[in-house]
Design a protein around this ligand. Structure first.
Ligand code: HEM
Length: 196
C-alpha cells in the first residue's frame, strides 16, 4: 500500500470516525433522556448507540493504524497513545491521542461493566462526552481539508458564501503546506485544497 493511499485512508477514516462519534453521542443523550427514535423502541436506540460506537471504534483503530504505518510522517505507536510527545503536530495530534485514551477507558469499562458496577461504569462513561469536542478540535487542527469546503462542512462551519468564494479563487492550504514542510525530500502530495 502506498503512502498516499494510507494518507487518504487516514483522512477518510478520521472523517467517518468523527461523524459516527457525533451520532453515538447524540444517541447517548437520547438514551439518557429516555427518548426513542421514530419507529424504534427504546431498546432499539440503546442497541443502535452500542453498535455504532463499536463501528466508530473500528474506524478509529484503522485511522490510527494508517497514521502510524504511513512512513511519510513520523508517528509511532507511542505517539498515538501518549499525548503531546509526538514530533509531528504535537498539540493537534496530542488532542487526538487524549480523545483516543478517553474512548479506550470508556470501551474497557464497558466491557468490564458487570464486574465494575453501574456507578463506576457511568462515571467513566461521562468521559465519552468529553472526548467528542477534543476529537473535533483535533480534526479541525490537523486535518488537511480544514480550509476546504468539504472539511468546513464536516466541522460544522458551513459552505463559503458565494461572494467569499468569488473573492478567493485559490484556497491556501496551511495544513498541507505544514505537512510538506516535514518532508524529507520526497515529492509533495497533491493537496485537498485545489482551486474551486
Ligand atoms: C476519537 C479520536 C479521533 C478522531 C474522531 C479523529 C478524527 C480526525 C479527523 C476528522 C481528521 C481530519 C481528516 C481531514 O479532513 O483531513 C483527522 C486527521 C488526523 N488524525 Fe485523527 N482522529 C482521532 C484520533 C487520532 C489519533 C489517536 C491519531 C494518532 C495517530 C490521529 C492521527 C491523525 C492524523 C495524522 C491526521 C492528519 C491527516 C492529514 O494529514 O490530513 N487521530 N483525525
Amino acid at each position: 500500500m502506498t503512502s498516499e493511499t494510507l494518507w487518504y485512508a487516514n483522512r477518510a477514516t478520521g472523517a467517518a470516525c468523527l461523524v459516527l462519534f457525533t451520532v453515538v453521542v447524540l444517541l447517548g443523550i437520547a438514551v439518557r433522556l429516555r427518548g426513542k427514535l421514530p419507529g424504534l423502541p427504546r431498546f432499539g436506540t440503546v442497541t443502535l448507540h452500542r453498535t455504532l460506537s463499536l463501528s466508530a471504534t473500528a474506524f478509529l483503530a484503522l485511522h490510527v493504524a494508517a497514521a502510524v504505518i504511513d512512513g511519510y510522517v513520523d508517528i509511532t505507536p507511542l505517539d498515538a497513545l501518549v499525548p503531546f510527545v509526538s514530533g509531528y503536530q504535537p498539540l493537534w495530534l496530542g488532542l487526538g491521542t487524549v480523545a483516543l485514551d478517553l474512548m479506550l477507558a470508556v470501551l474497557v469499562t464497558s466491557l468490564l461493566r458487570a464486574r465494575l458496577g453501574h456507578r463506576t461504569w457511568r462515571a467513566v462513561h461521562w468521559l465519552a462526552y468529553a472526548s467528542w469536542p477534543i476529537a473535533l478540535v483535533h480534526g479541525i487542527g490537523i486535518g488537511t481539508d480544514t480550509g476546504a469546503e468539504r472539511g468546513r462542512f464536516l466541522h460544522g462551519d458551513g459552505p463559503d458564501p458565494p461572494v467569499a468564494r468569488a473573492q478567493r479563487p485559490e484556497l491556501t492550504c496551511p495544513r498541507a503546506s505544514r505537512r510538506r514542510s516535514t518532508s524529507t525530500g520526497r515529492p509533495a502530495r497533491p493537496t485537498a485544497c485545489a482551486p474551486n
